[in-house]
Design a protein around this ligand. Sequence first.
Ligand SMILES: [Zn+2]
Length: 143
Amino acid sequence: MVAPFYPDHCETCGRETLFRHDVDPKADVPGGTCDECGTFVRAGPQDGVYWVTFTNMTDLSGEPAAGEYSLTMSGKRDSAAEALETAVRWALDVMRRVGLPPHGLRLDEAELRRDAIVFTDREAWPDFVEAINLSLQQRQVGA
Ligand SMILES: [Zn+2]
């Protein structure tokens, strides 16, 4: 089951509040109901939005141990391939400057590409960590 709440910006409250996963009965669109004021806000998934995660962790819900890293970028792209290339360039830049978070790891580009997971927003929604963990488990089985 999905987590019952997720944080989002509420237009009515004007601040970050917790949203209960919900479906607008009028339009049958997924979204959330603000826990503070009850305003319904449409949520993902959005077409054309991709998530690229680089990690050597096996469970993203925990804290990265020494030697582990995790870096995620999302944005609107034309394709999964473009999303990956954009994210690789960005991750290489982060790595050159400060290393991969949180421990400042440095890998070569081939390793970075091997650690990449690309999701559409639809695949990442509604629980990104859960989706990533499922993918990481499959990666382990396939390894
Ligand atoms: Zn609200």
